[in-house]
Structures are given as structure tokens and as C-alpha cells.
Design a protein around this ligand. Sequence first.
Ligand code: SAH
Ligand code: SF4
Length: 373
Amino acid sequence: MNSARTNLIGLSREQLIEVLKGLGEKPFRATQLWHWMYHRGVTDFTAMTDLGKPLREKLIAGFYVGRLEIKQALVSTDGSRKWLLRLDDGNEIETVLIPDDGRGALCISSQVGCTLNCDFCNTGTQRLVRNLTPAEIVGQLMMARDALGEWPAGVDGRLLTNIVMMGMGEPLMNFDNVRDALRIIKDGEGLAISRRRITLSTSGVVPMIARAGQEIDVDLAISLHSGDNAVRDVLVPINKKYPLEELLRACAAYPGARNSRRITMEYVMLKDVNDSDDDARHLAHLMRKYKIPAKFNLIPFNPWPGTKYECSSNNRVHRFSQILNDAGFSAPIRHPRGRDIMAACGQLKSDSENQKLKALKEKRESEGETATA
Ligand code: SAH
Ligand code: SF4
């Protein structure tokens, strides 16, 4: 329906100014348009009253303010929410909102699937992979604001206050689009979410970490998961390309890394794999050795059908946290959220794919039966 027209969501300010110049308009119109689109959440050009009728008509003829299609929306008993979104090419992605004590983090996807195949991660098992466009990345936030009724932006008491690039995909493997989307999200005249409220999580695409510091400038989280190269090679295979020494040096050099802006080390707790007392002590040693202002985030492993891993016991996770605390590192345990709606990396999407596969299998079986009968 919209294919002949251009979506204005996701265009950089410079691109939008070019579009407007092409329509014979001055650059300041871009600011007005952004205000309607990103501050007020308006999608209908006719409501953009200060643009003037001739411009509104030109916009209606050639452009639209797009939204992602919600295929499924789930609310957990603990208040977290999950949306399964259908993209124009039929691919599906997911976006999760995790409310927590007066703030709420929207967990945004950066790719359909992921090429990096971490052994314990369900997203890595999905076959289809493509980069999301800036419109699709920004679109997840627009969708959530619509669904929560949180327009205009910037009012107190909002559910959605923070952004974490921790959904499906590896953000630093889609660097340009993630950067361009986050520029719109951070811009005071765009979605106006301060960089202090945005965290980008990477499994360790080392050459892109320095660029992220310079060009994206948000808080950094690293999916560390082991302080031992042999173990990390298996859990996070990109470690074979960029081993721990290089990763930790890149963290130490991350521009924002100082005590007030620590780097979060994510650590998924896997029974008998990476959860011993020695593992915890070694992590503390590494952070000191590389002088990284780090805090840990211990993530109880969220099992999925077919995985060979198990979550460490409660006692083990607490002991691990205690050792890191005693060594001077904050190491909270992330509470599993939204288990009833499977609000973890990759889970709902896979479930939807599995259901499709199951339906196909059943269809084939019943057709096979008819054929032989
Ligand atoms: N690709 C990026 C961001 C997405 S994953 C990255 O790897 O950092 C967000 C976090 O969830 C990562 O730390 C990832 O390792 C972790 N994760 C993935 N699958 C998980 C599972 N089944 N249980 C617990 N944490 C998981
Ligand atoms: Fe990709 Fe991150 Fe999952 Fe690894 S943990 S497969 S990098 S999404």
C-alpha cells in the first residue's frame, strides 16, 4: 500500500532536510516534522497544523509516517510486555519492555536472527538473518510508545524510560543502521532519550567497540560469560576471532569508561560450565589487570527446547555474586522476568517459528496419509 511512498521514520535529520529541499522547503521544516513524529507520535500529516497546507499535501502525496505491524502482544503477570512484530518482507522480530522500580527498559532488536551462533542463545539457532533498517529499529520504540499511550514524550511517570540494545541480533554487526537509529533516538528534537539511559550490548565485535564509543556514545555492556578463552571460544564463538585480551583492552579504552559510567559485564550462569568460585575470582582479577571500571550483571540462564545447558543453582549464583562483591564489584542477579510470556532473547520468535514448522509437519503428514490411503 505504501510502497510508492517514502517512510519518513528512520531518515536522518540530514536526509529529511534533503527530502524537504526537494519539495522546495526550508531546513527548519525538518525540526517541525520531527516534533510531530517523534515528540507527539503523530502519523497523520493533516494533523501537523503548522506545516502549511501546500506542504502537507505534498507530504501526503509522496510520503508516510510508518508503523511496524504488531502480530502478537503479550503482557506478563509481572508487568513485562512482549511484542512480536511482522516486517514488510514477512520476517518477524521481537521487542520486550521490562519495567523495574519506576523505570522501564525497552529491549530492542538489531537484526532478524544473528550470525554469531552463541552456544547457549536461542537467537543464534534461527536460520534467517538480515540487518534491520534504521526505520525498523526506531520503529520498535515508536510501536511501544503507541502501545503504552506514552505520547507526547518526556512526561514524568512513563513506563518506557530506558533503551537496551539487547534484543535479537548483534548490534555491532549492523553498525551503521544501529548508529543512525540511535542518533534519532538520542537527538533532543528526535525521541530525546538521553545517552545515559541507553545501553548497547555486544558479544565482542572488538574493532567496532572503539567506533561505537566515538560515533554512538552510549553505555556499553559486554556479553562476557567467561574469563577463560577455551570456555568462551565455545560459548561465544566470536571469541576465536577476538580473544579476551583484545576484548578487555578495547573495554579499558572505551571513551565513556570511568567510574561514573561503568561497563556492564553480562554473565549468564551456566551450571558446571562457568560458575565456579575460581571463575568468579578470576573475573575480578581480569577487571583489575585490565583496569576496567566494571560492574557485573549475573543472568540466570533461560533454558529453551533443545539446549544442552542448565541454569546454575540459586545458591551457586548467590555465592558467585558474593565473591565478586567481596572483590569490590557490584554483581546483581537479574531476576528472570516474563517467564510466562517467554520474554527472553529469541524465545517468542522461535516459538512462533516452531508452531509454523509443527503445522507444516502435521499438514505434510496428513497429506501423506491421504496419498497412501
Ligand atoms: N547480541 C548481543 C545482544 C543481544 S543478547 C549480545 O550478545 O550481547 C542479550 C544478552 O542475553 C546477552 O548477554 C546474551 O548473551 C544473553 N542471552 C542470550 N540467550 C540467553 C539465555 N537463553 N538465557 C540467558 N541469557 C541469554
Ligand atoms: Fe547473537 Fe548475542 Fe545471541 Fe550471541 S548472544 S547469538 S551475539 S544475539
